[in-house]
Each structure stands twice: as C-alpha cells, then as structure tokens.
Write a protein that binds this ligand. Structure first.
Ligand code: NI
Length: 135
C-alpha cells in the first residue's frame, strides 16, 4: 500500500459562533475567531489516498486527476468565500477547522477514482492542524 498526498491551499473568511450563546459567551469560548465582522485564514489542505501501485502506470492514482477533483468539489466552494454564509457543504456547522476537515472528507470520499481516501488534514495556522480518517 502506498499513500499519495496532494496539497492545496485556500483563503476563506469565517466566524466561530453558536447562535444559542450570547455575543459575550461566544467571545469567551471562541476568542478572536468570534469577531462579528469576520476574519480570514490561509488554510492548507492535505488529501491522502491509499492504494496499490498500478503496474501499467507505476501510479497509485494520477495526482493531476486528484487535483482536479479537489478543486471541483472543495476549493471552488471555499476559496475566497465566507464559510458561514457561502459554502453549501458547511451549512449549519460551526466552521472550526475540525468541522471543515470532516465536511471536506464527506465531499471527497465517493469521488476518489482509484485507491481509497485515507485522510484529510486541515492546517488552520502553522501550529494547529486537524486530521480525519473517516471515523
Ligand atoms: Ni478563525
């Protein structure tokens, strides 16, 4: 089994906010990420596909093809968007990096042409990242 990774980046705005809480409670729980006037992050996404090497090509899968799938089903929906208001697949979710990671997994899991989706990682800052492996 070989693990093939494609990295993409995107920039997006969000606000961490639970409407059940007051503005003060949201500010206490979510800190600067609860700014009512939004703010942005430069996110890095890593998508890992696990598979056997195809003896005809020597590839697990064609990474150009994987790139196209990530652009179509993820990047187009998040890059330079507001994750709270514009990204259909984030509807109803607090746009933490944790929730973004799972939502991206769900976008991609049935779209992988060869091998299978192994993990999705989202880096929200240089020091914080989250990984989801389907359970
Ligand atoms: Ni934030």
């Amino acid at each position: 089994m070989v693990y093939a990774t494609r990295r993409e980046t995107f920039s997006a705005a969000h606000r961490l906010y639970n409407p059940k809480f007051t503005d003060e409670e949201n500010a206490r729980i979510f800190g600067k990420c609860s700014n009512p006037n939004w703010h942005g992050h430069n996110y890095t996404l890593e998508v890992v596909v696990a598979g056997e090497i195809d003896p005809e090509t020597g590839y697990v899968l064609d990474l150009k093809e994987l790139k196209g799938i990530i652009i179509e089903y993820v990047i187009k929906h998040v890059d330079h968007k507001n994750l709270n208001t514009e990204t259909e697949f984030m509807k109803g979710l607090i746009p933490t990096a944790e929730n973004i990671t799972i939502a991206i997994w769900n976008q991609l899991v049935n779209k992988i042409p060869k091998g299978k989706l192994f993990s999705v990682k989202i880096f929200e800052t240089e020091n914080n990242y989250f990984e989801y492996k389907g359970e």
